[in-house]
Design a protein around this ligand. Sequence first.
Ligand code: ZN
Length: 291
Amino acid sequence: MAVHAHPDDESSKGAATTARYAAEGVEVLVVTCTGGERGDVLNPKYGEVTGGIEGMREVRRGEMAAAAAALGVRQHWLGFVDSGLPEGDPLPPLPDGCFALVPLEEASAPLVELVREFRPHVMTTYDPTGGYPHPDHVMCHRVSAEAFAAAGDPDRYVGRGEPWTPLKLYYNHGFSLARLREVHDAIVAAGGDSPFGDWIDSRQAREIPEREVTTRVECSDYFDQRDAALRAHATQIDPEGFFFAVPREIELAHWPTEEFELAESRVPVTLPETDLFAGIRPVDQGAEAAR
Ligand SMILES: [Zn+2]
């Protein structure tokens, strides 16, 4: 179960990993907290979306369906309303009724119910900072952590389904500084223009400690599916923009994996890992024994 804030996050964070597991026969469910209805059109070639936030919600529902089909995964809407990305100084207040303002228990209840119904062994979400300063990314972390903690407890969220205890909780870390540096250096060495230079500088300048990467999943065979899913979000993703600015041959040669941080585990693990299901699937126990 890959929990994401709004449509397009599932295609930019851990997308090839979900495509790989789905192709291998794992039941993969992408969960989308909000409709992304307060998102701006970020693709300069797209044109305009009319009809206000309802119009945007409708367009993004169609984009999400196409992205899920490209990844080969199922997808479920939690039905919350996008909080928007507040900008300005001072920051404006969040809009009434938006996801980030819903009290934690109320916001987590539909996810707890979904965990009890879908019964995932593994959940992915964002780290406590959201990985990106959008209020819905932070809220996505909070409801995911709450659902991971509470779904198996029969005394919590009573009436919301039979308890189910997921075994591992991960944070997506596809944009680690290590990856940005490696890919940046490879592009520069090949004489190209790297999209990451300013981002690397600003992250270094801020001296934010890097989160730990515990798990690298090889998924380069699924980068084409990831790219198709990204392009499906036509209002958000410029096919000639940031997400496509790394030459694919450089990516394949230098960074064929997606990264995660194992935040919590209820099964014994040996870190680092190369599989989100390590310690859960019998196949891994076999591989361990054979070593
Ligand atoms: Zn997002």
